[in-house]
Design a protein around this ligand. Structure first.
Ligand SMILES: Nc1ncnc2c1ncn2[C@@H]1O[C@H](COP(=O)(O)OP(=O)(O)OP(=O)(O)O)[C@@H](O)[C@H]1O
Ligand SMILES: [Mg+2]
Length: 335
């Protein structure tokens, strides 16, 4: 039996780093856009070939923490698929739950990475978005924990998976994808009482509760009513707020040396939280939750300090031995 199974997306990620010209663009959420001359050839400064997708990213965190880990996802039968499997195996992640199809190519992203660590992603979802219940081998899915993040067609698996987890006493951590929230919000709400942990960012929390994040306490009150377990709401470089139903924990971030690439911050935080929580037993004490927040934050900072979603993922010993990750202020208040 595995300790942890991650269920979700799998991609081949290729980064092209360059000094791309920026222009103001009021239609872009950041207010900026790359301006690449149409019909021309451009040289880039560096390339990095990595893997991504939340199931793969989270699996690397768990494997580097010493857990017997499997990744359940769907890829094609092509060269990127071979490269994807080879990378996971190198990390010690079991790949027998990765299903392969010749109907669609492996999901593939090109990430145009700026010198400032921001990126524009051109993503093809391919095989990953066709991941469905019939691709899963349920008997092999029994484990202590699942890390769940479903995109595309795979969001249909959400409620059946949660039923299976409940019957088999599997603790489920859920990180909803933007696609899932947009298309199946009502269904997401129905499953929240079966979760051990929900990790999401601030705008996703506002979207799910229908409450503006200006009323932070109200958002948490509603999330606590809906989610059986712990709720962690991330806010990028501002840090995180966590509720265990009794206490609210607030933390900033471990100051990064330099943001090289912010890809994978969310996944490294969410999976990092589970990697520590899984060391403790229910009911989780405030100390267990603080330990989870500290590692999740350290893991995210380390990940944004290198290119790719998994390169910087910390090993258990690195986290426990390096004095850099020792002191971290976490404020706790009664709810
Ligand atoms: N620049 C940063 N430096 C250090 N830590 C960061 C940085 N950005 C994010 N983090 C940490 O990672 C956590 C998750 O980040 P964020 O809230 O951006 O997730 P997200 O919106 O799900 O991101 P993603 O785009 O990866 O899905 C934050 O709560 C914070 O602890
Ligand atoms: Mg995210």
């Amino acid at each position: 039996m595995f300790d942890i199974v991650t269920i979700g997306s799998a991609t081949r990620d290729n980064f092209l780093k360059g000094d791309y010209p920026l222009v103001d663009d009021k239609n872009s959420p950041s207010g900026k856009a790359y301006a690449l001359p149409y019909g021309e050839k451009l040289s880039v400064d560096d390339v990095y070939f990595t893997i991504g997708g939340n199931a793969a990213n989270a699996a690397v965190t768990f494997a580097r923490h010493g857990y017997k880990t499997a990744c359940a996802a769907k890829i094609g039968k092509d060269l990127p698929a071979k490269e994807f499997l080879a990378r996971l195996k190198l990390e010690g992640v079991n790949t027998k739950l990765v299903s392969q199809t010749d109907e669609k190519p492996t999901a593939y992203s090109v990430l145009l990475l700026s010198e400032q660590g921001e990126r524009t992603i051109l993503g093809y979802h391919g095989a990953s978005d066709t991941f469905k219940l019939s691709d899963l081998r349920f008997t092999k899915l029994r484990s202590k924990w699942w890390y769940l993040s479903l995109a595309g067609e795979s969001d249909k698996m959400y409620l059946p998976l949660l039923d299976f987890a409940k019957e088999n006493k599997i603790s489920v951590a859920f990180n909803p994808s933007g696609h899932h929230i947009k298309h199946k919000k009502e269904e997401i709400l129905k499953g929240l009482d079966k979760l051990a942990l929900m990790v999401l960012n601030k705008s996703e929390a506002a979207e799910i509760t229908g409450i503006s994040f200006e009323n932070e306490k109200e958002v948490f009150k509603r999330m606590d009513e809906l989610v059986a377990g712990i709720v962690a709401v991330t806010d990028g470089p501002n840090g995180v707020t966590v509720s265990d139903g009794k206490n609210l924990y607030r933390a900033g971030i471990f100051k990064e040396k330099q943001v090289i690439d912010r890809t994978g911050a969310g996944d490294s935080f969410g999976s990092g939280f589970v990697a520590r929580l899984a060391l403790y037993s229910i009911p989780y004490t405030p100390d267990a939750i603080k330990d989870a927040i500290r590692f999740a934050s350290a893991n995210a900072t380390s990940v944004v300090e290198s290119v790719g979603a998994t390169e910087g993922v910390l090993r258990k010993e690195q986290f426990e031995k390096d004095p850099r990750w020792k002191n971290f202020e976490i404020k706790m208040e009664k709810l």
